[in-house]
Design a protein around this ligand. Structure first.
Ligand code: PAF
Length: 287
């Protein structure tokens, strides 16, 4: 594992590989790595010749009252995990390396970011799009790997890649879950044991919507039944949203009209911790 902290060092390390026609895979992360990240790394190692993992806790995607300063940072453990996973390059820039003094460019992806995480966390997706565009420009990967757990982020990055014509393929890895169903997230470590147990209600709520739609129930009643279920199963949590949306545009949907798949998304707060999850639902064969 080669750890590089500057863009110049990263570029000169990658140049010979590119010159030799090797393909480069990028897995962008904010560290505090877990099995979800490792599954993306595994895919990158299978599909590309050189795997670069970036670790950068991006200040621009955190709101002023969010958890930037307390976001988990575990650099030694992360480096060991990356070494064991056979990663070639760890790119670990400082904030000043990523955003040199006087930096004033920001990328906004419109539309997809209007609701849900975009509305609840104003500026969040500008921060994500900007840092991911920078990483794409710095690493110039052939393929970049993201997790389906952050489904709206995936939709935003797909749109940005189309709009800015990055010659990069995107791969989206399935959400990795704990045995009890909780989607892996670096923020899960903020949960108390009691909250963790209660948080299994998040996936159960999504599954309820999925089952109802599979049985041909209409979306509106499936959602109202599932949000009632959530309030009973997770009495100490508060629901930010539970919705069925178009997987690409993130527009709310009230039927499968014109699409083969829908996405059911949820965000809920357990104390100070916000958890996100989602499930892809195929159009029932009876529709
Ligand atoms: O999903 C994340 O960890 C971050 O949003 C990303 C894509 C690394 C950008 O900072």
């Amino acid at each position: 594992l080669k750890t590089l902290e500057t863009v110049a060092a990263l570029r000169s390390e990658l140049e010979p590989y590119r010159f030799a026609g090797k393909t480069i895979g990028l897995v962008p992360t904010m560290g505090a790595l877990h099995a979800g990240h490792l599954s993306l790394i595994d895919r990158s190692r299978k599909e590309t010749d050189v795997t670069v993992v970036s670790i950068f806790v991006n200040p621009k995607q955190f709101g002023p009252s969010e958890d930037f300063s307390k976001y988990p940072r575990t650099p030694e453990v992360d480096a060991d995990l990356l070494r064991n996973a056979g990663v070639d390059i760890l790119f670990h820039p400082s904030a000043i390396e990523m955003y040199p003094a006087g930096d004033s460019t920001s990328i906004t992806v419109k539309g997809i970011t209007d609701e849900f995480e975009g509305a609840i966390r104003p500026g969040h997706f500008d921060g994500v799009a900007t840092v991911v565009a920078k990483l794409f420009n710095q690493v110039q990967p052939n393929i970049a790997f993201f997790g389906q757990k952050d489904a709206q982020q995936v939709a935003v990055i797909k749109q940005m890649v189309r709009d800015l014509q990055f010659p990069i393929k995107l791969r989206v890895g399935e959400t990795v879950r704990e045995r009890d169903g909780l989607a892996l997230s670096s923020r899960n470590q903020y949960l108390s044991q009691k909250q963790h147990i209660e948080a299994t209600g998040v996936i159960a709520t999504l599954q309820r919507v999925s089952i109802a739609l599979g049985l041909g129930k209409d979306i509106k009643s499936a959602l109202s039944d599932a949000s009632h279920y959530f309030s009973i199963t997770c009495p100490d949590a508060s629901l930010d949203y539970l919705e069925v949306v178009n997987i690409e545009t993130f527009c709310k949907m009230d039927s499968f009209k014109g699409v083969e798949k829908l996405l059911v998304i949820i965000a809920a707060r357990f104390g100070a911790t916000r958890l996100l999850d989602n499930l892809i639902i195929d159009r029932p064969t009876t529709e």
